[in-house]
Design a protein around this ligand. Structure first.
Ligand code: 5GP
Length: 126
């Protein structure tokens, strides 16, 4: 089965400038903005500008330039937030959700970077 992408999703609309976002960083292939409902003092979303629905869609079909740009930008954000271990930060959590069982609400690939307080265990037991 092929990966599908719905161009009406809210992050596609942010990328087209149709709705505003609190942008922190923008590169050739990547946009970083603050989550509208932060779960911690710092909660940002790193998204590719390309039309990728999920982590595995991006990983399998994005160009090397897009992939390198995405992860370098995500690393830069960790440093900008003061969370990078390399610069004395106390750490962060990087999360991506995919599909219904993964709890994904917006079907445009995004990495949550959450930081600024102790975050507890990764998952609640089901
Ligand atoms: P998901 O559940 O898909 O992994 O995460 C979607 C995230 O997008 C949620 O944390 C939600 O708060 C955030 N979000 C949803 N709509 C908007 C919006 O219009 N603007 C911003 N900045 N974040 C949004």
């Amino acid at each position: 089965m092929a990966h599908n992408y719905d161009p009406t999703n809210i992050f596609a609309r942010i990328l087209r400038g149709e709705i505003p976002a609190k942008t922190i960083l923008e590169t050739a292939h990547t946009l970083v903005f603050r989550d509208i409902t932060p779960q911690a003092p710092d909660h940002v979303l790193v998204i590719p500008k390309g039309a990728y629905a999920s982590f595995d869609h991006f990983g399998s079909e994005a160009s090397e330039a897009e992939i390198v740009d995405f992860y370098r930008t995500a690393a830069k954000i960790c440093e900008m937030l003061g969370a990078s271990l390399a610069t004395g930060g106390l750490g962060y959590r990087a999360i991506t959700n995919a599909g219904d069982q993964g709890g994904q609400e917006v079907p445009h690939y995004h990495l949550h970077i959450v930081a600024g307080c102790p975050l507890g265990r990764m998952l609640e037991k089901r």
